[in-house]
Design a protein around this ligand. Structure first.
Ligand code: SF4
Length: 360
């Protein structure tokens, strides 16, 4: 298959890995930001082929993992209301809140439905005018355009029974948070290719300059990932800190301008709480005041939820690259994908789930 099989060519991958072995002279810690890249690294065993000097740590780029406990608990409360149809991507149904999860709400009689797009939720709202339909609008920059479009469509259709529970997070402020931490270990980044496909990478050069770290825009196939690592290691060895694009078949510096325009029309920047990490200034998007009628937090009175995080879970430290999943005393027992204690064991992009699934 063109544009897929050639990026999984073992011979080509081994050639780039050989080159990394050739140029590396000292230990380096590199973070792949995106959970999709974490899973690709584990699935293809790339971490086991790298020189022992290269340590990969796993970043906060898993939207299910970093959605705040407060938002999860608000979702649970809204989903349990009798007049509500609560719609969400499937990954969110097993994410543990303080006391429960969306699966349990559904088992108890709540109308919780899995959708594949916010436009499915719009359709459900049109078909059920006597019900309130709420959509759990989570994600990074990648899902924001479709979520923004759903709000615009609801407005143009005059839908008064549709709302969104927004939990949008942005990558660049999270990179500042990781790099600005006194405990930071990260010396180079693989930036998430799909985020950059939407936003471009014009926001990254000031970060590379400020913290003197190389940042390489990287895709998701094995060859993409090892090429991203090769460029990062080469910069580290040369003492350079530039932004490079190893995913040029998809990403441009400017990104997708129409998508950025629709995001900017519907959302405004806000401070955002990340699960396990805490508040990161300017790291979220919320609905602009003009779209407040579609804000599920305003429509349903859920402002005062009390949250309680598992005292065992160290997912926040894992998402900042400070710890690995097997550093957690609960990893594998009692925390497993079928009995997760934290979101990083639930999500298909979570680092704990990746380590468990691929036997690390
Ligand atoms: S193994 Fe489970 S409890 Fe431990 S950090 Fe991962 S999700 Fe949290």
């Amino acid at each position: 298959m063109k544009h897929l099989s050639e990026y999984r060519d073992a011979h080509l991958v081994k050639g780039v890995i050989h080159e990394i072995h050739r140029i590396v002279t000292r230990p380096w810690v590199i973070m792949e930001i995106c959970g999709g890249q974490t899973h690709a690294i584990m699935r293809h065993g790339l971490d086991q082929l790298l020189p022992e000097q290269i340590e990969l740590v796993h970043g906060p780029g898993c939207p299910v993992c970093v959605t705040s406990l407060e938002l999860i608990d608000k979702a649970l409360e809204i989903a349990a209301l009798p007049q509500v149809i609560f719609t969400s991507y499937g990954d969110m149904l097993r994410v543990p809140g303080s006391q429960s999860d969306l699966f349990s709400v559904r088992a108890a009689g709540g109308d919780v439905r899995v959708v594949y797009s916010p436009l499915d939720a719009i359709q459900i709202a049109r078909q059920n005018p006597d019900k309130q339909v709420a959509f759990f609008a989570i994600g990074f920059e990648t899902t924001a355009p479709a979520n923004a479009m759903s709000v615009l469509q609801a407005q143009s259709l005059g839908l008064h029974n549709f709302s969104v529970l927004v939990s949008h997070v942005r990558v660049p402020p999270a990179m500042h948070a990781v790099l600005g931490s006194p405990a930071n270990r990260v010396q180079g980044f693989l930036a998430a290719g799909h985020v950059c496909a939407v936003m471009g990478f014009w926001e990254y050069p000031p970060i590379a300059d400020q913290y003197q770290v190389p940042i390489v825009v990287t895709g998701f196939e094995p060859l993409d990932i090892v090429q991203g690592l090769h460029l990062t290691v080469r910069q580290l060895e040369d003492r350079r800190h530039q932004v490079e694009n190893a995913y040029a078949r998809v990403v441009t510096r400017a990104g997708n301008l129409p998508a950025q325009k629709v995001i900017d029309r519907v959302f405004e920047t806000c401070d955002q709480k990340w699960r396990g990490i805490g508040m990161i200034a300017g790291s979220g998007w919320r609905l602009r005041p003009a779209f407040r009628e579609f804000d599920a937090e305003a429509r349903f009175d859920v402002a005062k939820v009390q949250t309680q995080e598992s005292p065992i879970c160290i997912a926040g430290q894992i998402l900042q690259g400070l710890k690995k999943p097997h550093d957690c005393p609960a990893f594998g027992n009692p925390c497993r994908p079928e009995h997760p204690l934290g979101a990083t064991m639930v999500s298909s992009e979570g680092a704990c789930a990746a380590y468990y699934r691929y036997g690390r």
